[in-house]
Ligand binder design. Structure first.
Ligand SMILES: [Zn+2]
Length: 213
C-alpha cells in the first residue's frame, strides 16, 4: 500500500485540486479499506461546486461510490480482499441515542464523523466499519452500484407510500432520484407521470419505459 494516494480536495473557491494526500489506514479491527472504482456526482455535490465554503476547504468530498476491498481488519468476516462492494456513506458516532436505535442518519455528529471516513468518494481509497461495505452480485456493475445511494431514497419513499397496482403516481423532476422513483413505481404496478423542464431528462424517462402523453 502506497503511503500517499490521489484525491480531489475542495479549494477555497469551491473547485477541486487533484493532489497527493496520506492514504488512510485501518484504525479499528472491524474496519475495511477499499479502493474506489466509481464515484457518482450527487445533486448535493453540484450544490457545493464553485461555492466558497471554508468548512469544506481541503476536504475530500463525494458520497456515492463502489469499489474493491483491499485490506480488512483482523475481526472482519463479512468481506475479504478482492470483493466488489458498494459502500454506504452514512455513518454516525455510534454512541448517541439515535445511533443506538439504528437511526444514525439523525446523529448530531453525522457530518464530522462521515466526512472523516466513509464520505470521501473523490479519492483512491476509503476506510470505514465493515458493516458499511456490501458485497455486489456479479451482474451489478460498479456504475450501477454507485447509483444505489440515490435509488434507496426512492425505495424508502415507495415503502412509505403503500403503493398499489394501478395507483397513479406523479414524479416531479426527472433527476436521478426521480428516474429511480419512476422505475420503482412502474414495477410496483402504478401508472406514472413525470414532469421536468429539461428535455434530455424527459427523454431518459421515456427510454425507461414511460409512455408519452
Ligand atoms: Zn450518533
Amino acid at each position: 500500500m502506497d503511503a500517499t494516494m490521489k484525491a480531489a480536495l475542495k479549494t477555497a473557491t469551491g473547485e477541486f485540486d487533484v493532489t497527493e494526500v496520506e492514504t488512510p489506514k485501518i484504525p479499528h479491527p472491524d474496519w475495511v479499506l477499499a479502493r474506489i472504482r466509481v464515484a457518482g456526482i450527487c445533486g448535493t455535490d453540484l450544490r457545493h461546486w464553485k461555492k466558497a465554503e471554508p468548512e469544506f476547504e481541503h476536504h475530500i468530498m463525494g458520497h456515492e461510490m463502489a469499489g474493491e476491498v483491499v485490506e480488512v481488519g483482523p475481526e472482519v468476516t463479512s468481506v475479504k480482499p478482492g470483493d466488489r462492494v458498494v459502500i454506504e456513506t452514512v455513518l454516525g458516532d455510534g454512541t448517541c441515542d439515535w445511533c443506538r436505535v439504528q437511526q444514525y442518519n439523525l446523529c448530531p455528529n453525522l457530518y464530522p464523523v462521515r466526512m472523516e471516513t466513509v464520505s470521501r468518494a473523490f479519492a483512491k481509497y476509503v476506510i470505514g466499519p465493515a458493516e458499511k461495505f456490501h458485497v455486489l452480485p456479479d451482474h451489478v456493475s460498479f456504475e450501477e452500484a454507485t447509483l444505489l445511494d440515490t435509488f434507496s431514497v426512492g425505495l424508502h419513499a415507495i415503502q412509505l407510500s403503500g403503493i398499489r397496482l394501478n395507483d397513479k403516481v406523479a414524479v416531479i423532476g426527472a433527476g436521478p432520484i426521480g428516474l429511480g422513483q419512476l422505475q420503482l413505481a412502474k414495477i410496483s404496478g402504478a401508472d406514472v407521470i413525470v414532469t421536468d423542464v429539461i428535455d434530455s431528462a424527459l427523454e431518459l424517462a421515456l427510454s425507461l419505459g414511460l409512455m408519452r402523453w
